[in-house]
Each structure stands twice: as C-alpha cells, then as structure tokens.
Design a protein around this ligand. Structure first.
Ligand code: SF4
Length: 353
C-alpha cells in the first residue's frame, strides 16, 4: 500500500510496549422512564475491564451474548463514550491533553462489523466505499481509487469485476471482503473484528479467516478478534480473554485456556463446545440457565448464581483477576483468573448439589 496518507505509524515503545492498553473501562447505560424521563436503572454493560493487546498478536474475546464483548469494542473505537477508564494506544492516552486524539486513534484502529450489508453505503460502489476514508484524509482522487483497487485485489476480488458494483450485487462473503479492504484503507495498526465471520456460511467463513491471517502477516497487523464461536477464536488467537456479564473472568495464552480452563464459567462454557477429539472431551457440566439481568447483577462474583462451587465469600466481594495460587506463573504471558477459590480447593470440595 502507498504511504501517501500521512499516518503516524511510529513504534514508540518498541515491541515490548503493548499496542493497546485498557484500564478500568466501565460503561453503564441509563434506562430512563417516568414523567420526567429520569434515570430509573442502569445496564452494567462493561464493568472495570482492563487488558492489553501486544503488537502483532491476536487477542480473542469470548463469552455469551450480552457479556459485554461488543460494547468493549465500541468503547475502544469511541462509538460509545466510556463512563470511566483509560485507553492508551502505543503509549499515548486517547482523548487526553498531550495524548492521541480520538480521530488519530481511529485512523490507526479500524473495525469490521458482523453485518456486511449495513456496514456499506448502498449508494456507493465498492471502490467509492474503500476510497472514501483516504479521500477524507486528503489523498488525491486517483491515488485513493488506485489504493481501493489494489485493496480489492488483496482481499481476493478482481477490481475490474467488482470496483463498480454496489453492495446488493455482491454475496455476504464478498461484501465482508470489501469491508476488510475498507478497514485497511487507512493503513491501520490494529483491527477490531467484531463477529466479522459470524454471518457467513462455514466454507466462506474458512476462506475469510485464512484471508485475515494472510493480511495480518502482510501488513503487520494486530487483531482484536471478538466471537462467540470458541473454535474460530482458538484458530485465530494467540491469547484469549473470557468475559461474563461485563467483567473479565479469565485471560491467558490460547493453548493454556483451551487445554486447561480454570474459571468455573470458562470450564462450563468449553463443556458446551462440540469436539471430535477424544483427548479434549470434558466431564464438566455444561452451562444451564440464562445469565442474570445486567440491570441488577449479583453481588460479589457475578457468576455465583450459576456456579456450582459458590461459597459465602463469593456473594461478599468481587474476585480480582489474579494468577492462580496453584499454578505456574509465566510473567510474559500470564494466565489470570477471577475466582475466590483455587482450583484444587474446588476439586476437593466438589460441586454443591
Ligand atoms: Fe464460583 Fe465463587 Fe469462583 Fe465465582 S468466585 S466462580 S462463585 S467459586
């Protein structure tokens, strides 16, 4: 890709510095009602979420619907304003004096959504859609359209065939390829993929996943990969973060989490994952029931109403995300769990009836 749009792509802190660091991110959505339209309740969508994404890695975020993974993505892009918390992009705090502006951050951090059709303007051709952002950032008309055609080719669509087509003339998989090309048009460093393959047929999904892996290598990208599909997250991710009802309950390297999930929620979630591998079959009880209402979540550990191991302490205080006491600790790639009871203690006591 040409470097004509003047982007700041400096690698300020070197490879060791996280590209994205999120601290205590919180968002409660107000519910209004009554004659005066006052706030009568709040939906605790994201509550005190902290994590980092290293340069060049893919961090997968998993959890049931409503766990806050998509809201987290929207908060990062500032499509929704956070109530509290900070977002630091390559060492610069987003939206603070002396830091990086929201506009500049959005040039370096792009997002691909699940719905490929509503993501595109139905009145714009594919080339116009891809060229739009570079044009807005000052790239000359010809250069912007040359870049659009080059990107169409990079995502596997022949520009001569597809550049002048409209969204309704393409299949879902082709439209999602265009959305990926559009996300790359400003030469971002981090791409958030929010259920980007969830609406595709399995064969098309595999092609798009392989395309994403290729593009990551080619353009030295970092991904935040959000999905409810545990198999897809395992295929794509280097590290995984598991969310439940707006909070992070477990995070660590993908192999550790998939081979040895430690949090009772992660274990139950993975028990519902179909597998043909006899070594990976589980005797864990799968999750039952719906998550509690985020308007009035349980006190202490939010998973306690569905957890077979809950004790009195679980209702009293929220468990912090920490290294398990009964495991090895890898400082470079820590496996962290938010649970009051060590795994060995849970195994000894067994689940409550
Ligand atoms: Fe279960 Fe308590 Fe651990 Fe929460 S803190 S997962 S309720 S044992």
């Amino acid at each position: 890709m040409s470097a004509s749009v003047a982007l700041d792509r400096r690698d300020r802190g070197g490879p060791a510095q996280p590209l994205l660091h999120v601290d205590h991110l919180t968002k409660y959505f107000p519910i209004r009602g009554g004659l005066l339209n006052r706030t009568i309740a709040t939906v605790q969508a994201v509550d005190d979420v902290s994590f980092s994404v290293r340069k060049g890695e893919t961090l997968g975020i998993v959890g049931e619907s409503g766990c806050g993974k998509s809201t987290t993505a929207r908060l990062l892009m500032r499509l929704v304003e956070p109530d509290a918390g900070s977002i630091v992009f390559d060492g610069d705090q987003v939206g603070s004096p002396g830091g990086i502006s929201v506009n500049e951050m959005r040039r370096q951090m792009q997002m691909v959504f699940q719905d490929s059709y509503s993501s595109l303007n139905p009145r714009m051709t594919m080339a116009e859609s891809i060229a739009y952002a570079p044009r807005m950032h000052g790239l000359a008309h010809k250069e912007a359209y040359d870049r659009a055609e080059s990107l169409l080719a990079q995502v596997g669509l022949n520009p001569r065939q597809y550049a002048r087509r409209y969204p309704h003339e393409l299949s879902g998989g082709q439209r999602q390829r265009v959305n990926i090309a559009r996300a790359l048009a400003l030469e971002p460093r981090l791409v958030i993929l929010d259920e980007a393959v969830a609406a595709l047929d399995k064969s098309v999904e595999a092609q798009v996943l392989n395309l994403l892996a290729e593009l990551k290598e080619k353009f030295n990208l970092t991904y935040l990969f959000i999905s409810h599909d545990l198999n897809v997250v395992e295929y794509m991710s280097d590290r995984v973060m598991v969310m439940y009802l707006g909070r992070v309950v477990e995070t660590g390297p993908v192999e550790d989490i998939y081979r040895h999930p430690r949090h009772p929620y992660t274990r139950a979630l993975f028990a519902s994952k179909p597998t043909l591998d006899p070594d990976r079959r589980t005797t864990e009880m799968p999750l039952t029931g719906d998550p509690p209402n985020p308007i009035n979540p349980p006190s202490g550990c939010r998973f306690r109403t569905r957890c077979a191991f809950a004790e009195a302490v679980c209702a009293e205080k929220a468990p912090a995300l920490a290294a398990p006491l009964d495991g090895d600790f890898d400082e470079a790639l820590p496996h962290l769990v938010a649970c009051h009871l060590p795994e060995a203690q849970r195994a000894t006591r067994g689940p409550h009836a």
